[in-house]
Design a protein around this ligand. Structure first.
Ligand SMILES: Nc1ncnc2c1ncn2[C@@H]1O[C@H](COP(=O)(O)OP(=O)(O)OP(=O)(O)O)[C@@H](O)[C@H]1O
Ligand SMILES: [Mg+2]
Length: 387
């Protein structure tokens, strides 16, 4: 039976990395260099352990980062010139952080329903940013946690908030960071917040925040522990201070019950983002049909009644399927035109008609809502348990 060494490798890399950082901080460049190279070699081995190409590629990338770190230490040794060990790290990390900055054009109008949530969000940063009379110290929120079933508009809300503020939007998936940057993740978090402050106003959106949970992994590694502590430090820093550079952190999770108390308590405001109700479903369907220039000859209230239990993401998928089937039916020649080449299809104009009740029935018969009532119960139970 093959032995799974991946856990042992992770621990080995992690401890060497910490040691390398310590040596570097003490100015023991040779030893730090040697350790970073060892980390790189082990990381390559770790990359070969996984059958998943994408993960393997990410680990190879991290190995490269360790290599660069090792060589980044060398100029000082060779030239004896004034050179900060941190420079290579900082430039590298800044580059990585810049990849997390997203441009989005989502506005509040692109989000159906969730009226109260939108209101609360606007209030949160409105209070923080508005001028206050002398001696008045009221504070808005700087840390908000979204929790709720998948596909209900959490990312959309964060993007619209960011847009509304004309802020820099950092979109961070925690599990992605942990698997990609591994032992470097906690440095990335610090670099992220330093960039967020520099480019303020900023919205830092941290998705899958439960990835830091001790309950989830059981074998929480040093890397996760360090990320948690970096994040807690950053959150404490932004909540405590009245800084003119506004950085709003929005955490997001589908599994709030996995969150550790330490993390949970850092979020000043916790907002449940539910499945859309009847009215919200009408709005969401309008956004994905009418606002896309597609007419419907069924009323939106009827469509909303037919789609009870579906999330916003599913409603979007359903709308797209309905539209694509209608297009297929009216334009059967498309595949033939495409195989004749770019110019043939470019000169063709799509035929369209309003979507019908029957179109929806066809798509809905083969589909069931992803979120079950027991999932919803779990959210309700958790809500009750945290008060
Ligand atoms: N309230 C909504 N109004 C309009 N579209 C929505 C809404 N909610 C979801 N959608 C559609 O579903 C897609 C996914 O939404 P979003 O990414 O915001 O979900 P999420 O809550 O962040 O999901 P997850 O928890 O899985 O990350 C959106 O791009 C949009 O097309
Ligand atoms: Mg999301």
């Amino acid at each position: 039976m093959p032995v799974d060494l991946s856990g042992a490798l992770r621990v080995a890399i992690d401890s060497r990395l910490a040691e390398a950082d310590r040596k570097k901080a003490k100015g023991d460049v040779d030893e730090a260099c040697r350790l970073y190279r060892e980390c790189a070699a082990l990381m390559r081995q770790y990359a070969e352990e996984t059958p998943f190409p994408k993960i393997s590629e990410q680990r190879q990338h991290v190995a490269l980062v360790y290599e660069e770190r090792a060589s980044g230490l060398l100029p000082q040794k060779e030239s004896g010139a004034e050179y900060s060990h941190g420079d290579a790290d900082n430039t590298l990390l800044k580059g990585e952080v810049s990849q997390l900055i997203h441009r989005s054009s989502i506005t509040w109008e692109d989000i159906g329903g969730l009226e109260e949530t939108k209101e609360q969000l606007k209030l949160a940063y409105g209070i923080e940013i508005a001028q206050k009379p002398d001696r008045v110290r009221v504070k808005g929120w700087k840390t908000i946690l979204f929790y709720g079933p998948p596909g209900t508009g959490k990312t959309l809300l964060a993007a619209a908030t960011s847009n509304g503020l004309e802020a820099t939007f950092f979109n961070v998936s925690l599990s992605g960071i942990l698997s990609k940057y591994f032992g470097e993740s906690s440095k990335l978090i610090s670099a992220l917040y330093s960039e967020a402050r520099r480019l303020a106003p900023s919205v830092v959106y941290i998705d899958e925040i439960e990835a830091l949970s001790t309950q989830r992994s059981g074998d929480e590694t040093g890397a996760e522990r360090r990320v948690t502590s970096s994040l807690l430090t950053e959150l404490d820093g932004i909540v405590g201070k009245s800084d003119s550079r506004y950085v709003l952190t929005i955490g997001s999770t589908n599994l709030p019950w996995l969150l550790d108390k330490a993390i949970l308590s850092r979020f000043e405001k916790k907002i449940f983002v539910p499945l859309p109700d009847e009215k919200a479903r009408q709005n969401i369907l309008r956004i994905h049909l009418e606002h896309q220039g597609i007419d419907s000859n069924v009323s939106y209230s009827e469509l909303a009644a037919m789609t009870e239990g579906y999330s916003g993401r599913e409603l979007e998928r359903i709308s797209r399927e309905v539209i694509s089937q209608m297009i297929r039916e009216l334009n059967p020649q498309i595949p033939e035109l495409v195989s004749r080449g770019f110019n043939a299809i470019r000169s063709y104009k799509l035929k369209l008609r309003p979507v019908t009740r029957k179109d929806f029935v066809t798509v809905l018969t083969n589909s069931r809502p992803e979120v079950t009532t027991s999932d919803l119960q779990r959210f309700a139970d958790w809500q009750e348990s945290v008060g």
